[in-house]
Design a protein around this ligand. Structure first.
Ligand code: UD1
Ligand code: CA
Length: 458
């Protein structure tokens, strides 16, 4: 069965997060929590998705623009009051309305579909999704009668000691007959500990109205986690990351320590790539096949080809070809473009620069605003001096050029194919084909100097 309408509650102030960011925009595995909710309901092909916004409304609306419609709840008077704000938008609808919270990011489409199917089968006025919790603290409890039929939902703060022992919890997901939903909501009061209009009270009201109400219990409590604070946020991240990691492993990616590997949703990885623990892959990163990423590597918004070995390095918005070796401790910054078989060694930083086919930058160098040709060799400690404090200048280095160690290359400058710079030079002028540029003072040796050293005196 298809949900006709979806309502996502996202107006609350999320005070328990202690954050300036609206709660539903906090990220789980690289996506805002509310994005996960939208992604889970989208395959159900709803007529309409309405997000109720309030605190941080503009931020939430900007974030979700184009994905859902919005209604605003000016004052946060409770979840029932929040749903009431959709009345104008939904009043004429004769179908069903699925309601979820923006702070429950872990539900799968399959679980939601199972709830919808159960609702269609039973023809209930409302079917609430419930779960069995080892520790139900913080959740509303499902109160059932002696015949096991659902009577009502009681919030923890309003629950009696006996009710608090109930381990079946309200996940905050419900599907209602749309017309009956608004009839019930008009009767919800706020006579409770929090003085809020509770959406869960509609169950009791519908039952009193003689309507059939029911619950569908999902087997997997972990999907039901509601994220109200940073502790739950970390727990939700852990669950989501393990799901993502299992997906990659099933696709042939080898994770040495999946509990400690942090891969955002949407990152692509080819098979037979081996990833050690404490690796972070973020954003729009795409990684090919048969790479090795060792511990401590962090890659964001980068595209990596096949058969590279990336050792404990950091990459941002970089492009890497095939069969390169990078690191340990290399730093590739935006617009670094590393061609096939290149080698970047320890403490090498590359920014807005191309490193050509088979080129080597082995040790302790900065390469910025430069284009290095094929098989260039950059000696240890070479600095591309590209910035005068206001403007950046470019350097071109031709194929097979040999840059001596500790060269300073003051851009703009062009070093031709098969040109050489002498070690220790400060290069300010172009060097032509087969020339060597040398720019350093000559050495002088002073005789009999040992006895004049300060440590020999007095
Ligand atoms: C709610 C349920 C609880 C359930 C739990 C599941 C109520 C009263 N309680 O509790 O039974 O076990 O979810 O996670 O519904 N919101 C608004 N406007 C408001 C208040 C809240 O839009 O005026 C939104 C929040 O932004 C949030 C969602 O509704 O996305 C749930 O509110 P929250 O305060 O987190 O409720 P819980 O205490 O978690
Ligand atoms: Ca919540």
């Amino acid at each position: 069965m298809q949900a006709t309408n979806v309502v996502i509650l996202a107006a609350g102030n999320g005070s328990r997060m202690k954050s300036d960011l609206p709660k539903v925009l906090h990220q789980v595995a690289g996506r805002a929590m509310v994005d996960w909710v939208v992604a889970a309901v989208a395959p159900l092909k709803p007529n309409k998705i309405l997000t109720v916004t309030g605190v941080g409304a503009k931020q939430v609306q900007d974030h979700l623009a184009g994905k859902t419609d919005f209604v605003v709840q000016e004052q946060q008077l409770g979840t029932g009051h929040a749903v009431l704000q959709t009345k104008q938008a939904l009043a004429d609808n004769q179908g069903a309305t699925l309601i979820l919270s923006g702070d429950t990011p872990l539900f799968t489409t399959e679980t939601l579909q199972a709830l919808l199917d159960e609702h269609a089968r039973t023809k209930n006025a409302v079917t609430v999704l419930t779960a069995f919790a080892e520790n139900p603290t913080g959740y509303g409890r499902i109160v059932r009668g002696e015949d096991e039929m659902v009577l009502k939902i009681v919030e923890e703060k309003d629950a009696s000691v006996t009710e608090r022992r109930i381990q079946e919890i309200n996940t905050g997901v419900y599907i209602f007959d749309n017309q009956l939903l608004f009839q019930a909501l008009s009767q919800v009061g706020n006579d409770n500990v929090q003085a809020e209009y509770y959406l869960p009270d509609t169950l009791d009201i519908l039952r009193e109205m003689g309507q059939q109400i029911g619950a569908y219990q999902t087997m997997d409590f972990s999907e039901s986690m509601g994220v109200n604070d940073r502790v739950a946020l970390a727990a939700a991240n852990k669950i989501m990351r393990m799901r993502i990691n299992q997906g990659h492993m099933q696709n042939g990616v080898e994770l040495i320590d999946p509990d400690n590997t942090y891969i955002d949703a949407g990152v692509q990885i080819g098979q037979d790539t081996v990833i050690e623990g404490n690796v972070t892959l973020k954003g729009k990163t795409v990684i090919g096949q048969e790479n090795v990423l060792t511990a401590g590597t962090r890659i964001e918004d980068s595209t990596i080809g096949d058969e590279n070995i990336i050792t404990s390095s950091q990459l941002e918005e970089a492009l890497v070809g095939n069969k390169t070796t990078i690191g340990p401790y290399a730093h590739l910054r935006p617009l670094a473009d590393i061609k096939d078989q290149a080698h970047l060694g320890n403490f090498v930083e590359v920014k807005k620069a191309t490193v050509g086919l088979g080129a080597k930058v082995g040790h302790l160098s900065y390469v910025g605003n430069a284009q290095l040709g094929a098989d260039v060799n950059v000696g240890a400690g070479t600095i591309f001096v590209n910035y005068d404090g206001v403007n950046k200048f470019d350097t071109i280095v031709g194929d097979r050029a040999f840059i001596g160690s500790n060269t300073k290359i003051i851009a703009p400058v062009t070093l031709a194919d098969e040109s050489i710079t002498a070690a220790g030079s400060t290069i300010t002028d172009d060097v032509n084909f087969h020339q060597m540029g040398i720019a350093r003072s000559r050495q002088a040796n002073k005789d009999d100097f040992w006895d004049r050293m300060p440590h020999k005196k007095g």
